[in-house]
Design a protein around this ligand. Sequence first.
Ligand code: AMP
Length: 416
Amino acid sequence: MEIKAIRGMNDILPDDMPKWHFVEQTARKIFRLYGFSELRSPILERTEVFFRGIGDDTDVVEKQMYTFTDKSGTAVALRPEATASVLRSVIEHGLLNREPIQKLYSIGPMFRYERPQKGRYRQFHQINIERLGEDGPLCDAETLHMAYALATSLGLAGVRMEVNSLGCDDCRQQFKTALKEFLREKEEKLCTDCARRKNTNPLRVLDCKVVSCKQAVEGAPSIEDFLCEACRVHYHEVLAALDALGVPYEKNPRLVRGLDYYTRTTFELTAEGLGSQNAVAGGGRYDHLIQTLGGPDVTGIGFAFGMERLIMLLPEQVQDNRGCFVVAQGNATVQLTALTLLKALRSVQIPAEAVFGKSFKAQMRKAGKSGYPLCVILGEEEIAQSMVTIKNLQDSSQVQVDMAGFVEKVRSLLDK
Ligand code: AMP
């Protein structure tokens, strides 16, 4: 019986790879412009990293984590997001002791046991950044600007940024109290999760996608009215800096995001063309997370882009087909010479391919399908004269050239 991939976990096939490379290369280029360096942390972590990092009353930790006990009895989890894992790494290696400001990015797979649908998978890929040790609204604005720059550099249409401030512990506490008060009247409209969360984590009710919960929170108090003076100033300065940078945004006081660790600035980016799962990126400030994970009292801000959703929005990428096929017909000497011609082409960075163990006709067919503009043909006659035939696969014209100078000739034809 055929074995299939696990539900919600996708193979990424060669035809799609140019898009993945384009996204990765664009991200690396943008991050380089802003002075970020790459950090790669393991896919598997102690479960505790995420319990402590993300908060145990979030959907991600409560319901969506792939957890198991390994052979030594350690509770481990496939990472559902990057931040907690990257911060664990930063703390473990004392990176902040060496350099108290860190600007990091990572790219890789994440795992969440969610209900798979278009744009929502159980293994998906994220591009993340974490910016540690800098404070103040300008840092936030520049970070949001970098996210916007990445989205627009990828050519996404209709990119929208929603921004909110979740305040600090003080103002959020007062807001939570007011929200709990408000939700007490709405109990019968809330889903079972929210009925519980309204006491433990009422902010999450604002984020719930269940229609009756959405209705229930209409008219709920707005966090903006509860921001303390310092948080209010911070928020306004973030918005002013976004204006100065020309980043279009909308304020959304309901934007609380799914993870518990955010403080002050939070944001989300959406793009046109995705249907209901239209968030391409989200993030925010997390001023206490590093300490919660056992590190120094250093603040941070970060964001994550979902790569599958970016890929879905991209037009087909133009493949770079510069290269040459080599076709050989004849005895062992011809075959061996063909192998050395391939080596000679590659040694000057010209992509070169042949297929072995196939008839001349099959080789020519493959050359025609290769997308390369040129094909070098080698037979016993050519060997006897120390020549090769170069065929233009687009217009079928042919030239015979001296074997000693064939690489130069191929190069000049490719560069024409
Ligand atoms: P989050 O880590 O939940 O803040 O998500 C950040 C981004 O990752 C979202 O805006 C999505 O683009 C993407 N994302 C989150 N969960 C999934 C998923 N299950 N499948 C595909 N993309 C996802």
